[in-house]
Ligand binder design. Structure first.
Ligand code: SF4
Ligand code: SF4
Length: 180
């Protein structure tokens, strides 16, 4: 259901706070030498795959606090229009189904008031050690040292298939024509 003026205003305030916090936290991490591990390439093709079941990661220490989980779920249900469908205990994710996602068109019915986490995705992935994009996603995650890694492949006697597998494993740009 499309957001009304009250929800839009609440979401705008929270979003400002969320994106400002994120910017500051990432800047601090970068200054500490703990910034992004990868680079993001490409642009969104609007496929909507990431809207089908948004996932919210909870800090591992907080994940098992029932009240925090409940408050987080309630917030996302009442304000963001996400319906809770389950969790991934191993990765500490809460999994939702978004009521703003329109199956028929693959579009968001409240795109201009979408939450900060929707705006940030998939930037959050480049901070993870083993990030994985959805198969439909047109972005690509690449290692900032891909040139050096690619050079190291030159000494290996690899088949095309093995090389392609290694490129995936090491987050090397698949479309880059430069060889090994
Ligand atoms: S609010 Fe919009 S952008 Fe965010 S998950 Fe739902 S449909 Fe996608
Ligand atoms: S999955 Fe990737 S390409 Fe598709 S809508 Fe989400 S960010 Fe865009």
């Amino acid at each position: 259901m499309r957001d009304g003026p009250i929800r839009t205003t609440i979401k705008a305030l929270v979003r400002w706070r969320y994106l400002t916090d994120l910017k500051i936290t990432r800047k601090i991490l970068q200054l500490k030498g703990e910034g992004a591990l990868y680079k993001l390439q490409g642009k969104c093709n609007g496929c909507g795959a990431c809207c089908k079941s948004p996932m919210i990661q909870i800090h591992p220490w907080l994940f098992y606090f029932k009240s925090i989980r409940k408050a987080t779920i309630l917030w996302h249900e009442k304000i963001n229009g996400f319906n809770y469908i389950g969790d991934n205990r191993k990765e500490k994710y809460l999994i939702f189904k978004c009521t703003h996602y329109q199956e028929e068109t693959g579009q968001c019915d409240s795109y201009h008031s979408r939450p900060g986490l929707c705006r940030d995705y998939p930037n959050n992935l480049i901070y993870e050690p083993r990030p994985a994009l959805l198969p439909e996603c047109s972005y690509q995650i690449v290692d900032p040292n891909q040139q050096a890694i690619r050079e190291s492949f030159k000494d290996l006697d690899l088949t095309e298939e093995q090389l392609s597998k290694l490129k995936k494993e090491f987050y090397i740009d698949e479309n880059d024509q430069e060889k090994p």
